[in-house]
Design a protein around this ligand. Sequence first.
Ligand SMILES: CCC/C=C/C(=O)SCCNC(=O)CCNC(=O)[C@H](O)C(C)(C)COP(=O)([O-])OP(=O)([O-])OC[C@H]1O[C@@H](n2cnc3c(N)ncnc32)[C@H](O)[C@@H]1OP(=O)([O-])[O-]
Ligand SMILES: Cc1cc2nc3c(=O)[nH]c(=O)nc-3n(C[C@H](O)[C@H](O)[C@H](O)COP(=O)(O)OP(=O)(O)OC[C@H]3O[C@@H](n4cnc5c(N)ncnc54)[C@H](O)[C@@H]3O)c2cc1C
Length: 668
Amino acid sequence: MAGKVNQDLLNERAKCNFDVEELTNLLDDGAEQTKKRRTLEQNVLSIKGLLDDVPEEYLSHKEKYENGLRKTLLFCKALQTYDKESANKSFQENIRLNFRNSLWSAVTKDTSPLLLHLEMFMISILEQGTEEQSKYWGKKAANFEIIGTYAQTELGHGTFIRGLETRATYDVDTEEFVLHSPTITAYKWWPGGMGHTANHCVVMAQLYIKGKNYGLQPFMVQIRDLETHMPLPGVKVGEIGPKLGFNTVNNGFLGFDNVRIPREWMLMKNAQVLKDGTYKASPNSKLAYGAMVYVRVVIINSVFKYLSRAVTIAVRYSAVRRQSQPKPNAPEPQIMDYVTQQHKLLIAISTSHAYHFTVRWLWDLYIKTNKELKRGEFKNLPELHILACSMKVISSADCTALIEKCRLACGGHGYMLSSSLPLLYGVSTATVTYEGENTVLLLQVARSLVKTWEQISKGHITVSPSVVYLCNRTPVPKWDNSLEGILQSFKRVAKGKVSTSVSSLDQYRKSGLSPEDAWNKASVQLIAAAEAHARVIVLSVYKDELERKSSTLSYPLGTVLLQLLELYYIYWTLEKTGDLLLHTRLSEKDVRDLQYRYEELLEKIRPNAVGLVDAFDYRDEILSSTLGAYDGRAYERLMEEALKSPLNAEPVNESFEKYLKPFMRGKL
Ligand SMILES: CCC/C=C/C(=O)SCCNC(=O)CCNC(=O)[C@H](O)C(C)(C)COP(=O)([O-])OP(=O)([O-])OC[C@H]1O[C@@H](n2cnc3c(N)ncnc32)[C@H](O)[C@@H]1OP(=O)([O-])[O-]
Ligand SMILES: Cc1cc2nc3c(=O)[nH]c(=O)nc-3n(C[C@H](O)[C@H](O)[C@H](O)COP(=O)(O)OP(=O)(O)OC[C@H]3O[C@@H](n4cnc5c(N)ncnc54)[C@H](O)[C@@H]3O)c2cc1C
């Protein structure tokens, strides 16, 4: 839709006082990467048939899947042609070259049926298979000779994975495993692409040898014939039906009736079963959970990108939208000029930046720890697990809440599917649940914090770097409004919450409750302590990483990025005033000063709002939004999309003669 750019947006862009391209380059990890990304986007998006003519929303459930798969495959082919560099790199190297991440959204707006093949199936083969298995299956999967998924969750259990029921029983005589689902609750439920796409999957099942259970292990299982795609004998497979989002992902169910696989199909990098049925334990039982740790890190990367798309849409729309007349005879202001609107949206920009820096930091730690694991060193695995859990929780919760805020900030038009905001909410809110439900993961974090606290109380002071602050015994200092002062105060809050939840636990235990009941009773406090710890990590990583980069930035860009950082700090201080009043020496006057400073920051950042979201550099095809396009022609696009409704193809719908007219005449 070529047309003039909206004048308000032109004015906003003229007001911006930093170099948008410089910020884009920073967010892309360098100018060279920006160039490559843009070239790839240009090449891929000009392929015919890749973008929908009829909006996906008007398709039936079945058509959505078929269309999603068709476009996914076209896209995969396009990547093989235009993105050879990333294709040749391992998955682990690709998070920094994550060009494809947002490009996917232009193609399959609501996520792809190959998502699980490309993520968890591949990573399980690479990380859980022996060298030989990784080479053999990895090559087939990378070339799409087989299509896979990751089947862990069952109808009866998602969180409690030790309670999964699918069995893999070793038959010494035939040297095979027998996969079986003993009950309906043992059916696998949820795996992406399982319904009608995958012909293989990595199945997490309870290993039994000679009647003894050896816990969960990963098995490669073929579920469909490679020629006919019919389910293999004993395999019951299908799709689970429509959901809030993910409607093109083809999530499925899977049951086994004594399906046999060769012994070599157990992924045996860690635990092994020898021909005679001897079990060789993994050096660390939690290595089998490796794929989950990987995806928890990857989620942070996806979810902040969803948020940056949502806030791009909402800020551009807020620059274009005019509403009300606070000053008599004056023109209606742009809604972006309302400070309440700035309060809703500017924090979404700084939150995107916070997780941009956090995921890069965590990714480096993931790579480092993985190298150690390969050398047989496990000491940093618990720290990585806890950091991945806490960052997955806080990023998914914050970004999802802010996406909804962005949607609401667009008023009625934000409710339109054509704005893309409901869809972004749908894909984002799923991250709160999958790969470890957030409350459950917070309880994992709390478990670790409580253990650390108990160790510190017993005099052990060598603790992981992220929890060193729990050892601080210095008296609470006077409140300090600097960023460092605020960070130290958040550490006091987290420490205070860990301390009070541990005292409650002790008290409940002393009152006669079992350790489990005491834990359950104190769990609201425990998850609050875990969340406070997670907040400390984000605050400190965002600040450290930005300060580390600041010497390389131009003065105008450095200034606006530091303003966003400060906004983030003060926003959370004001959100958590109650906690800070309890655990630090924050006074009423400090709160008032911070409130003024917050309002001052909103005012300072406001002229750069459009520049800041332009710097995310989303092409219109990726945003796919009537409200957020670069040219700001929101009203024209809303009307054009409305006219695409099949109901508008004829002036009178047949339901008039069939139902409405007889009803009006009392004849229905
Ligand atoms: C695109 C969409 C794709 C979606 C895909 C999916 O959703 S796929 C499906 C995704 N599904 C899910 O994500 C399911 C979510 N559920 C889970 O991950 C687990 O069942 C659990 C972690 C909640 C509990 O597990 P449990 O009952 O076995 O454990 P426990 O509480 O008894 O703790 C025992 C010890 O192990 C430690 N430890 C635990 N995990 C890890 C790890 N990964 N690494 C290292 N360590 C780990 C823990 O800290 C503790 O250490 P401690 O204190 O003894 O030193
Ligand atoms: C869109 C989507 C895609 C998915 N894709 C896959 C996939 O590809 N492969 C796969 O294997 N799985 C997949 N899953 C499944 C997902 O991993 C699980 O849904 C998730 O781990 C949560 O488990 P659950 O559904 O059993 O929830 P439950 O554990 O039943 O949670 C329900 C409630 O109980 C609470 N609860 C549970 N246990 C505890 C506890 N110990 N203490 C306190 N509260 C507790 C939770 O906090 C929550 O409020 C997907 C899920 C979704 C939504």
